[in-house]
Design a protein around this ligand. Structure first.
Ligand SMILES: Nc1nc2c(c(=O)[nH]1)N[C@H]1C(S)=C(S)[C@@H](COP(=O)(O)OP(=O)(O)OC[C@H]3O[C@@H](n4cnc5c(=O)[nH]c(N)nc54)[C@H](O)[C@@H]3O)O[C@H]1N2
Ligand SMILES: Nc1nc2c(c(=O)[nH]1)N[C@H]1C(S)=C(S)[C@@H](COP(=O)(O)OP(=O)(O)OC[C@H]3O[C@@H](n4cnc5c(=O)[nH]c(N)nc54)[C@H](O)[C@@H]3O)O[C@H]1N2
Ligand SMILES: [Mo]
Length: 757
């Protein structure tokens, strides 16, 4: 039985509707309001908010509070034009907050930086393309350029972009995935042969239990709350492992249910909420698996799926050996969980006939991110919970098309067979050497090896770790190009040439020579569907992302075997190429026109293991966990507030965590406050020993919070100066944004606080 009860504190509810109204008022109600009605509809556009799938794309209000904020922010009536840039020098703009920069509105025309005036000034599109082409051609090698992608880019734009980059001659395609789920993309293929999630929404409809690790759906994928609510209402357990108490994992009231809204009834979500220490997930997962093995042995081997283990996997003996060698006191003290808690979690797992494990950035953004992901796969394999109904692994993706961009070949380490097919279908020659991830890209920019950076969306300067290193790296470039919808810090840190190229957004109508176009995206569960903008572009000078790629390609690659302009006249032509190159996209144009789109087959979900051994692999955790350096006993994680989208700061509240009008806070447990002799409300400096020296973040205010002892949390990106470039997972190069060893000291002066709203 799901436990309905009255609670003002549930996630969702009236406060969510009020927040939607506020976002709409702020951005100009009419267009943004109309945009909402088109969001995630069968003939509408895909919400740029998150990658959680939609149930059949049929309900009339398939958006959520944070989706509404994302749409309102994008479909705003505010614009910035040449007059704006004439008023502000780049030096002045650099002094503004990230919030202010984006809040000025949509970009409206291509711009080029003029060093003499320290201003961006209008440039014609053709001149911009010619400038890019001449700078790229002047490089000593194509590998002296890098091409960043953020995950809002459509399949069509991403496919053309990687095609142009490869024809030019490099695989330097760092992308936001490198900062996000790269540990899944690297770790899961080794475990189960596929780097994507194996479940669909239908699996949630019949699952026996959901295990959630390190993600915050109430804020970051709110449409998942309805999915979890349905699980809870079927009386199935939801087991959470998260150092912080997150409201959205505890209770939910759906704004789509009038009766619940009126009576205030909400649904309890998590049946079990465990709060391990930050960074202790390997111990949590190993402890849980060790307990499973113990209970299974006590029951005469009846509890785990030994038949599955024997017929479908290898590595079990090695895993068992490792788990047996671990001792309980170390697992408990390291994770902060008690033996009873491990037993309870193991019993829930064993009591469920099918288990889904969902996880997010709390798992991937660690030095051992890949190992974490593989322990989750191990956990599922023990019970045979991959490749049958109601069971599987669910990496909750970030950006709405980050998964699709990878499918389309935005990949610095492309598989050889992808390149073979690409060459065959297009007549280009694709380079075979691996390119760079974001972290490697910054290293090479610092070393002067990468001289040009082109960004398709995103905010490289603020999303990447170590602002000192990243900003210095951007300052060394000969040319920086940003293809963006809004102004952000990445446009302001260059010392060489810089161009801003404004593009259409998801909600904008896209008309090419062949008429009105739609694009396609792939969600977290491998559903590919169409997205059609409806809004009149804010300026006639905006080009679509595919058109911008084609413009650069035509200037850069005069002898190209491809007819770039012809391809973008009608995106069906791009999709025909995709159908030839990308597995699973046969008859793309027909299939994507059926309502709701189509599902990409996932081999692991059918127990076909595309691993080296042809079986699913148990991969024991390799290496040891980092110990706290002397004098830096606390561990800091960085999280998103409820009022932000990555580097886009919509507002300064974090409603579910009780924060209003500010972001300069440090979440700390009551126990640590007591141990440190500090009171909530005190301002402290956070000091990290990172990259061989001390880094200091001054003036955060302590907020007492239900967070595991020894663990601290601050907001991303404010806490970024504490994170060094060296702090990353050596396997996937994902930055360790979620675990920095720190100490605290009371701030000498309160006015060191970072700027408020
Ligand atoms: N509204 C909104 N939606 C978004 C985004 C946004 O910024 N705003 N961003 C999008 C993107 S790109 C992404 S990747 C996703 C991100 O979605 P999430 O993965 O939910 O991202 P975070 O806010 O980083 O939250 C991480 C969660 O992990 C927990 N955590 C922190 N450290 C640890 C740890 O060591 N172990 C464990 N087990 N848990 C830990 C935190 O308490 C927090 O609950 O959301 C996407 N959707
Ligand atoms: N400390 C810390 N750092 C982190 C994280 C963390 O948890 N902690 N999370 C990491 C994660 S998971 C991610 S994914 C990255 C995010 O990194 P990015 O993807 O680089 O950053 P965003 O903030 O999503 O990008 C915002 C910009 O995208 C542009 N934009 C918006 N829509 C469109 C569009 O449709 N087309 C184009 N061309 N441009 C558009 C706008 O100009 C806007 O300024 O940050 C990472 N950084
Ligand atoms: Mo992400």
């Amino acid at each position: 039985m799901s436990n309905e009860r009255d609670s003002k504190a549930a996630a969702g509810g009236w406060a969510a509707l009020v927040a939607v109204g506020r976002a709409l008022r702020r951005e100009g109600t009419l267009t943004a309001g109309r945009a909402l009605l088109h969001t995630n509809q069968p003939d509408g556009f895909d919400c740029p908010g998150c990658a959680w799938p939609d149930p059949r794309h049929t309900s009339s209000f398939e958006f959520c509070e944070n989706g509404a904020k994302a749409v309102a922010w994008e479909a705003t009536d505010r614009t910035i034009d040449a007059a704006f840039f004439a008023r502000h020098t780049v030096s002045e703009l650099r002094q503004q907050s990230d919030h202010w920069l984006e809040a000025q509105g949509r970009l409206t025309q291509p711009l080029r930086y003029n060093r003499a005036s320290d201003r961006y000034e209008p440039i014609a599109w053709d001149e911009a393309f010619a400038l890019i082409a001449s700078q790229l051609r002047a490089l000593p090698s194509p590998d002296a350029a890098a091409f960043y992608t953020s995950g809002r880019t459509s399949n069509e734009a991403a496919f053309l972009y990687q095609l142009m980059i490869r024809e030019f001659g490099t695989n330097n395609m760092p992308d936001c995935s490198n900062l996000c789920h790269e540990a899944s993309s690297i770790g899961l293929p080794q475990s189960i042969g596929v780097g994507k999630g194996t479940v669909t929404l239908a699996d949630f409809d019949c699952t026996g239990a959901v295990f959630s690790f390190g993600h915050n759906p109430g804020t970051n994928h709110p449409r998942m709350l309805a999915t979890l609510q349905a699980v809870a209402r079927r009386g199935k357990p939801i087991v959470v492992f998260n150092p912080m108490r997150e409201r959205g994992l505890e209770r939910f009231r759906s704004p789509k249910e009038p009766a619940a809204m009126l009576t205030g009834a909400s649904t309890e979500l998590a049946t079990h909420y465990f709060q391990p220490r930050i960074g202790s997930d390997p111990l949590v997962l190993q402890g849980l698996m060790k307990r499973l093995l113990e209970l299974d042995r006590e029951a005469g081997g009846q509890l785990l799926d030994h038949e599955f283990i024997t017929t479908h996997t290898n590595g079990y003996a090695l895993l068992r050996e490792q788990l047996e060698s671990l001792d309980w006191p170390a697992l408990c003290s390291g994770s902060g969980l008690s033996m009873d808690e491990f037993t309870t979690a193991a019993e829930v797992y064993l009591g469920a006939d099918s288990v889904i494990a969902a996880y997010g950035m709390g798992i991937t953004q660690h030095r051992h991110g890949t190992g974490n992901v593989q322990q989750i796969a191990n956990l599922l394999l023990l019970g045979g919970h991959i490749g049958r109904p109601g069971a599987g692994i669910c990496p909750v993706r970030g950006h709405s098309n980050v998964q699709g961009d990878r499918t389309m070949g935005i990949n610095e380490r492309p598989p050889a067979d992808f390149l073979d097919r690409l060459e065959q279908a297009t007549g280009i020659r694709a380079p075979r050497e691996s390119g760079c991830t974001v972290v490697e890209c910054i290293e090479r920019m610092l070393a002067g090896q990468i001289r040009v950076l082109i960004s398709m969306g995103g905010n490289f300067a603020v999303a990447a770790p170590d602002p000192e290193a990243t900003h210095a790296a951007l300052g060394r470039l000969d040319l920086l190009v940003g293809i963006h919808t809004k102004l952000n810090r990445s446009h302001l840190l260059h010392r060489g040439e810089s161009l801003i190229l404004p593009c259409l957004a998801r909600s904008d109508r896209d008309v090419q020579a062949g008429g009105e176009q739609f694009v396609t995206v792939e969600d977290s569960m491998s559903m590919v569907h169409a997205s059609r903008g409806f809004r009149k572009p804010v300026s006639p000078q905006l080009l679509s992302e595919p058109a911008i790629v084609a413009g650069i390609a035509q200037a850069l690659l005069p002898g190209s075997p491809l007819r770039w302009a012809w391809l973008v006249e009608d995106y069906d032509r791009i999709r025909e190429l995709i159908a030839e190159v990308v597995p699973g996209f046969g008859q793309f144009n027909e299939r994507v026109r059926s309502p709701g789109g189509f599902h990409l087959r996932n081999a692991a979900a059918h127990r076909e293991w595309q691993t080296v051994t042809g079986r699913a692999c148990f991969i024991p955790f390799a290496g040891s966990l980092e110990q706290a350096p002397a004098a830096y006993p606390l561990r800091l994680t960085t999280v998103r507030s409820h009022d932000q989208y990555n580097t886009t700061i919509y507002g300064h509240d974090d409603r579910y965590r009780g924060i209003r009008g500010r972001r300069d806070v440090l979440f700390i447990s009551a126990r640590d406050l007591e141990t440190l002799g500090l009171a909530a409300g005190t301002r402290v400096d956070v000091i990290a020993a990172a990259g061989g020296r001390e880094r200091r973040l001054p003036g955060l205010e302590l907020v007492e919070y239900a967070i595991a002892p020894g663990s601290l949390a601050a907001y991303y990106p404010e806490a970024m100066p504490l994170i060094s470039l060296e702090a990353h997972d050596p396997t996937s190069r994902t930055p360790a944004y979620k675990s920095t060893w720190v100490r605290l000291t009371p701030s000498a002066s309160a006015d060191l606080a970072p700027a408020g709203p």
